[in-house]
Design a binder for this molecule. Structure first.
Ligand code: NDP
Ligand code: HSE
Length: 428
């Protein structure tokens, strides 16, 4: 039986999960693949910490990652250190040393795609199933099961932390800050939660999804990205009254005018499957030319769900080592695709003083910018102690540029007392 040796670098949340599965399931994997996948080294700075998986044999422990990426008898390097510092050196050195690399590091892959994908080729020497939607096999399905399709659009709930916060705000009628604190206590949200709540993690994943689904690479920092920090409970309640939930979506459309990529909160109609994705779960909805529409759903994070995806990549990498001549369906990557302007319907919440003429001022500016109002809603009276009321407008389809211009003009009116909340409505 062929044997393939693996080195896991980073023995943290996911690394320890991968180690546990590789040790526990070695015989099962041998039976299922005909390959003996042998964990040869585990690398971390500190082996005294309790990783929650019991003691690992002394002879597997290594503190210097260089020894793992340079070891002649290691075939597959699994990078689970995270971040874009040392992880970049690990991935690039391992690829240069002709190792196959498996990683879950969406930040690194998306930010350094040009460096990494010039030597790392998906399905050949670079595997990253766990980087997008954790346990859900979206990378493999896009690359393999959907290989005969043109993917026209994708809509993803790809950040479990944000989805948990939005679900919990609505379910328990709590404000954002309160739920964020709870999520941090429960370990769902990081102490520094910016990557998640500002939408950056979703932009990293969207950048990779675009590469896989459309063959087009857009750096994450150039993807228009909004997080969920300015949403208030009342937005979720107003949306509910109108038949929508609010989700942080990663959206990609491959249009004739160019590629439309964006991350933002969106009103999703209750009739659509995406609106029922609750809590820490992830989902990806694809519109394809041959297979039609489909949705993937499952756990996007967490030790064992993520480790399950990493191990499946290790198995694929082992198969490449054992049968290197099987061709993979590679697609060329376009590195500077043209981006398009979008238009959609909008939900806008203004916080305004409760007096005659306010609506006329606002609708005048919208009208001047060619934006047509579909409906208006205002609570009857300002609450005691406050002279402002929320004014909710739903617009007909409007171009993004015009919308931004109108909103910034309205925000400067003396009757508007807070930054307007603008949420796109997705018509799926
Ligand atoms: P952790 O921080 O839990 O684990 C990283 C480990 O690597 C830590 O033990 C860290 O040690 C160690 N490490 C850091 N620098 C070095 C070094 N120079 N040499 C050796 N070891 C080092 O991260 P996670 O396991 O949560 O995440 C790993 C990757 O998986 C990330 O890219 C993340 O984005 C991705 N991912 C994570 C998910 C999750 O649910 N957690 C889900 C999907 C993807 P120390 O603690 O001392 O810094
Ligand atoms: N912080 C990420 C999330 C982890 O909340 O989804 C998985 O990539």
């Amino acid at each position: 039986m062929k044997r393939v040796n693996v080195g896991v670098i980073g023995f943290g949340t996911i690394g320890a999960g991968v180690v546990k599965i590789l040790l526990k399931k070695r015989t099962l994997l041998k039976k299922r693949t005909g390959i003996d996948i042998c964990l040869k080294k585990i690398c971390d700075r500190d082996f005294s910490k309790d990783r929650g998986i019991g003691k690992v044999p002394q002879n597997l422990q290594e503190k210097d990652w260089r020894k793992v990426v340079n070891a002649p008898d290691i075939d597959i390097v699994v990078e689970l250190v995270g971040g874009i510092g040392i992880a970049k050196d690990i991935v690039l050195s391992a690829l240069k040393n002709n190792k196959i690399v498996v990683t879950a590091n969406k930040a690194l892959l998306s930010e350094y795609a040009r460096d990494i994908f010039s030597i790392g080729t998906p399905e050949t020497n670079l595997f990253f199933e766990a980087a997008i939607c954790g346990a859900i096999p979206v990378v493999k399905d896009i690359q393999e099961a959907l290989v005969a399709n043109r993917i026209k659009s994708l809509y993803g709930i790809v950040n479990g932390t944000c989805n948990y916060i939005l679900s919990k705000m609505f379910e328990d009628t709590l404000e954002f800050e309160v739920v964020l604190k709870q999520a941090q206590k429960l370990g769902y949200a990081e102490k520094q939660p910016g990557l998640d709540i500002d939408g950056i993690d979703s932009a990293h994943k969207l950048s990779l999804l675009s590469l896989l689904a459309f063959g087009k690479y857009v750096p994450p920092e150039t993807i228009p990205t909004e997080g969920i920090t300015n949403l208030e409970l009342m937005d979720l309640l107003f949306a509910d009254e109108m038949g929508y939930s609010i989700k942080l979506l990663a959206v990609g459309n491959d249009t004739k005018q160019g590629l439309d990529l964006r991350v933002h909160p969106a009103l999703v109609p209750y009739e659509h499957m995406l609106s029922s994705v609750e809590g820490v779960f992830n989902a990806l909805y694809l519109q394809t030319d041959e297979a039609g529409d489909m949705m993937f759903y499952g756990r996007g994070a967490g030790r064992f769900p993520t480790a399950s995806a990493v191990v499946s990549d290790v198995v694929d990498a082992a198969r490449v080592i054992v049968s290197p001549d099987v061709p993979s369906a590679r697609q060329e990557i376009e590195f500077s695709p043209r981006l398009s302007e979008v238009s959609c319907r909008y939900y806008v919440r203004f916080t305004v003083v409760d007096r005659p003429g306010v609506l006329a001022k606002i609708s005048g500016i919208l009208g001047k910018n060619n934006i047509s109002i579909a409906s208006v809603q205002q609570t009857e009276r300002a609450k005691a102690g406050s002279n402002t009321v929320p004014l909710i407008l739903i617009t007909h389809e409007a171009a993004e540029k015009k919308m931004k211009k109108a909103i910034s003009e309205i925000a400067r009116l003396d009757v508007v007392k807070k930054e307007p909340v603008v949420i796109r409505i997705v018509d799926l």
